[in-house]
Ligand binder design. Structure first.
Ligand code: ADP
Ligand code: ADP
Length: 237
């Protein structure tokens, strides 16, 4: 479902963040991306949904080359790619429910819809997802009143609102304590299985990665140095 071939990224600063990355992801496959800071993990994730424009190489998603897409076509492709971030990226002064609905519609369309009515199907989906991530009854809490773990649960539910096929997850547990991190990893894996979602999880913590994720890709200086089962990962990596 995702095919990446000879992907290169050179920033305007001259930094070569990605040097010939090739990988394939099957539907429903979950991969942990590990490697030291600066290895290129964020750049790789951002090249997939084109938050960063690749310098060379190919990214094909669901059989379609992403590189030539722009405008409406790119937005349509991105709707099938959910993003979850380390710092949650919630709108602080909005409620949990408002954050979920803005995830479904995009921020501009969200405010436009404010004056009409929200789609009943979107609202019932939001309630279902809230219950599923363990936040039933929290819909009217403001985002800035939540704990870190609760915020990440909202971030996960928001990403699922758009019914993506692929999740790109950037350091989901980096701001969380070890116990909450494990709860969030477990929840992410369960949801991926339930929704048949493929996922790439950029994760700094090698122990957490190998505990939860069946396939690990190791990046170093913009190159893949390992791609295989978690059991084969050298703990010192
Ligand atoms: P990681 O996520 O593994 O920490 P990054 O993809 O953030 O790695 O960074 C890879 C390399 O690219 C680093 O040398 C970093 O300084 C550089 N880099 C990342 N983003 C930018 C940017 N927007 N402009 C210039 N260089 C960047
Ligand atoms: P992350 O936690 O994702 O690694 P950073 O704190 O390294 O993020 O970077 C924050 C932002 O700055 C990102 O958008 C990243 O792409 C950009 N960035 C990272 N390294 C550089 C760099 N060397 N030059 C310019 N921008 C950079």
């Amino acid at each position: 479902m995702l095919h990446i071939h000879a992907l290169e990224k050179r920033y305007a600063t001259g930094d070569r963040a990605l040097k010939g990355i090739s990988l394939d992801l099957a539907p429903g496959e979950i991969v942990g991306l590990i490697g030291p800071s600066g290895a290129g993990k964020s750049s790789l994730i951002r090249c997939i949904n084109r938050l960063v424009t690749p310098s060379a190489g190919q990214v094909a998603f669901l059989g379609r080359d992403m590189n030539p897409l722009s405008g409406r076509q790119l937005r349509a492709a991105r709707r099938e790619i959910g993003m979850i971030f380390q710092e949650y990226a919630l709108v602080e002064r909005l409620t949990v429910m408002e954050n979920l609905l803005s995830g479904r519609l995009g921020y501009t369309a969200f405010w436009a819809s404010w004056f009409r009515r929200f789609d009943a199907a979107d609202i019932s989906r939001a309630y279902e997802l809230l219950a599923r991530v363990g936040l039933a009854g929290m819909e009217n809490k403001r985002a800035d009143a939540l704990s870190g773990g609760q915020r990440q649960r909202v971030g996960i539910a928001r990403a699922l609102m758009q019914q993506p096929r692929l999740l790109l997850i950037d350091e989901p547990t980096a701001s969380l304590d070890p116990k909450t991190s494990r709860q969030i990893m477990r929840l992410l894996l369960e949801l991926c299985r339930e929704h048949q979602l493929a996922a790439i999880i950029n994760i700094h913590d090698v122990v957490l990665a190998t505990e939860f994720l069946p396939r690990i890709i190791g990046l170093r200086s913009g190159q893949i140095v390992y791609d295989g089962p978690a059991a084969g990962v050298d703990e010192s990596a």
